[in-house]
Design a protein around this ligand. Structure first.
Ligand code: TRP
Ligand code: SF4
Length: 326
């Protein structure tokens, strides 16, 4: 059965390899079979970055370029910008009327972010409502499937709870439960072994050229017990090895042998990996360059996506208003 798939990403900066294997590969597979709607969620970005909002517009265009360069196909999938479809906010308003405060205050992601993020003031009304807007995103298209990372599971659970509460309060069966589609690939760690993230400056970006990739890979942490070439290594604790598993599965066995058999050193092992990464990104880079030079085309794609998204969204809102104000 053809499903409606919805997902969103915040335009907060350059996309990196973590996004590629964590999200985009999943999206590419889904767009082969389903109606996919991919949304650049700039309102969600504003909730966290309202103090540097001047960067968001540029990030939106860069994100569209990255997505299309990776193979998201605007002929098949709807690609658009959240703030260009005002119905998101209408539905958020309706849903916020029925969402108990306690659900939002107990949300583990919310509590963690308030605890962890010290550089920005997130004690706002808008940020508390982050998951309500996310629920509105998904429910506006009555999506059945939502590809996300594990960190987003609490938000999806809230979406289900909000939609059930809507059905209950307004005595309807308008919304069906949506399911998460989790990525199968293990999470890619950053150069330093922590989660790959722009803010940790440990990411390889989709826009990096082979030279940049080589430089970055050189800094990767390897098996700390392997100091000299003749020390046998332990690939299972080495981040470089986990990159081979994702980007060069055909060579994993060989790497295991040269590492444990102390036949190749880490420097050589890394430079071979850098070659694989450059190969992986070669087509993406070429497409990126082409699209970067053709901003008008990107704007056309986004406005076409907006029109398609709005058509569905306007219909949903009309139906919801009938239910809420019968
Ligand atoms: N909160 C998501 C994230 O940070 C982004 C997002 C917003 C989203 N709306 C969505 C994801 C709807 C899936 C569906 O990754
Ligand atoms: Fe890691 Fe390769 Fe060095 Fe082994 S040889 S420790 S896999 S970088």
């Amino acid at each position: 059965m053809k499903k409606t798939v919805f997902s969103g990403m915040r335009p907060t900066g350059k996309l990196h390899l973590g996004h590629l294997v964590g999200a985009l590969h999943n999206w590419l597979a889904l767009q082969e079979q389903h109606q996919c709607i991919f949304c650049i969620v700039d309102w969600h970005a504003l909730m966290g970055e309202y103090e540097q909002s001047e960067q968001i517009r540029e990030n939106v265009l860069e994100m569209a370029i990255d997505w299309i360069a990776c193979g998201i196909d605007p002929e098949r999938s709807i690609i658009y910008v959240q703030s260009e479809v005002p119905e998101h906010l209408e539905l958020q308003m309706i849903l916020s009327c029925i969402t108990p405060l306690g659900w939002l205050e107990r949300n583990p992601t919310y509590k963690e972010q308030l605890r962890e993020i010290k550089t920005r003031d997130l004690q706002t009304y808008g940020f508390l409502g982050y998951p309500v807007l996310q629920a509105a995103d998904i429910l506006l298209y009555r999506a059945n499937a939502v590809p996300i990372g594990e960190d987003q599971l609490p938000h999806l659970e809230l979406t289900r709870e909000i939609s059930r509460r809507f059905n209950h309060i307004f005595k309807t069966d308008y919304f069906e439960d949506c399911e998460a589609i989790l990525t199968q690939t293990p999470r890619l760690m950053g150069l330093d072994g922590r989660k790959m993230s722009k803010s940790y400056q440990n990411a390889i970006n989709l826009s990096d050229d082979p030279e940049e990739i080589g430089k970055k890979v050189k800094t990767m942490i390897t098996d700390p017990e392997r100091v000299r070439l003749k020390d046998p290594g332990h690939p299972d604790v080495c981040n470089v090895y986990s990159y081979y598993q994702v980007f060069a599965p055909q060579q994993v066995k060989e790497v295991y042998n040269w590492c444990t058999g102390a036949q190749k050193g880490c420097t050589e092992c890394k430079s071979i990996l850098a070659g694989h990464l450059a190969d992986t990104l070669r087509d993406v880079s070429a497409k990126r360059r082409e699209l970067t030079g053709d901003r008008d085309r990107i704007r056309d794609i986004l406005s076409d996506g907006r029109d398609k998204a709005r058509q569905i969204a306007a219909q949903t809102i009309a139906e919801i208003k009938e239910i809420v104000f019968p």
